[in-house]
Design a protein around this ligand. Structure first.
Ligand code: SF4
Ligand code: SF4
Length: 309
């Protein structure tokens, strides 16, 4: 069994061709710019999308733990449901994430992120699109969260995919013990390897962990001759400065092999997800970098002889 929070079909940005991307829940990092905050915890979580709520109160009646209430008297007209009524308030301390409120919410305002699935269940979804993979040179991508956090589950899935000759990609932060990476390597055709910040102190501040293990694993993976695409999220004010871009270029040109680089512009679309999970967005008001800025960063990295998209 593994904890999965989403399976997206027909993905075109997670590796070559048309892909099915399986998102595994749980991540050891805590990046400020995370655009999948529902991926961070290894446990299922309740998401409440206030803007979809019609104020029908069905969820209140359904919750056996009395975790949901309406506070109409406190309604000041600032926040309202699609029907103009105040939204229900969820006490997350009382919530047991049973999902029963989501079952009765026909407006789909409530949802449980994360469900346990067997290898066979995930595989059934993957194999159903084999004709698309064959036609487009695609396959399956395991992402997260950090997929390597569920090593046994991931390994079984990778093995099963390779048995069926499906191209496999693993999207990873690289923050794991080397033997874990080594164990999945024979069944992984391509790694999408995230590089965020070269300065260790900043890396600790903005992701919660040191980058030493990440850089060390990337060197080993490159030395092993593995196919790798480096992915760099560009977050304004955090890692888009000249010092970080220069040090990234220098590091990548010192690896045993040259690997293509993809730049991923920060986008603020996760704002609603944070509030829906009862979490705080630590980058409110941060806007996406302009296309011109992205081009400048790409050019700077190309000046190191790197292939940059
Ligand atoms: S969250 Fe759903 S079930 Fe609860 S009041 Fe809103 S629409 Fe009704
Ligand atoms: S998930 Fe279960 S416990 Fe939590 S608010 Fe909904 S019904 Fe109540």
């Amino acid at each position: 069994m593994g904890m999965v929070f989403d399976i997206r079909r027909y993905a075109i940005h997670d590796g070559p061709g048309i892909r099915t991307t399986v998102f595994l829940k749980g991540c050891p990092l805590d990046c400020w710019w995370c655009h999948n905050p529902e991926s961070q915890s290894s446990q299922p979580e309740l998401i409440f999308r206030e803007n979809r709520c019609i104020g029908c109160e069905a969820c209140v009646a359904e919750c056996r733990n009395e975790a949901i209430s309406f506070q109409r008297s406190a309604f000041g007209g600032q926040r309202s449901t699609a029907n103009g009524l105040p939204p229900p308030v969820t006490n997350r301390t009382l919530c047991q994430v049973c999902g029963e409120c989501a079952e009765v919410c026909y407006a789909e305002a409530r949802e449980i992120a994360g469900r346990e699935m067997t290898v066979a269940q995930v595989l059934a979804e993957i194999v159903s699109d084999i004709p698309f993979y064959d036609e487009s040179g695609g396959g399956v991508t395991f992402s997260g969260g950090e997929p390597l956090l569920q090593r046994e589950f991931l390994l079984e899935l990778l093995r099963a995919c390779k048995t069926r000759e499906i191209h496999t990609t693993v999207d990873t932060s690289g923050f794991t013990a080397w033997p874990v990476i080594e164990s999945i390597r024979p069944y992984t055709d391509l790694f999408l390897y995230d590089l965020k910040l070269m300065d260790d102190e900043k890396h600790r501040r903005y992701t919660g962990v040191s980058n030493a293990l990440i850089l060390s694993n990337l060197r080993k993976l490159s030395k092993a001759g593995q196919a790798i695409t480096i992915r760099i999220p560009i977050v304004p004010g955090i890692n888009d400065d000249e010092d970080n871009i220069r040090r990234t270029g220098e590091f990548l040109t010192c690896l045993p092999h040259r690997h293509p680089v993809e730049l991923l512009p920060y986008h603020a679309s996760a704002d609603g997800k944070y509030s829906g999970l009862g979490k705080v967005n630590r980058l409110p008001g941060t806007v996406a970098p302009s296309g011109e800025r992205m081009q400048m960063i790409a050019e700077r990295l190309r000046s190191f002889g790197l292939q940059v998209k």
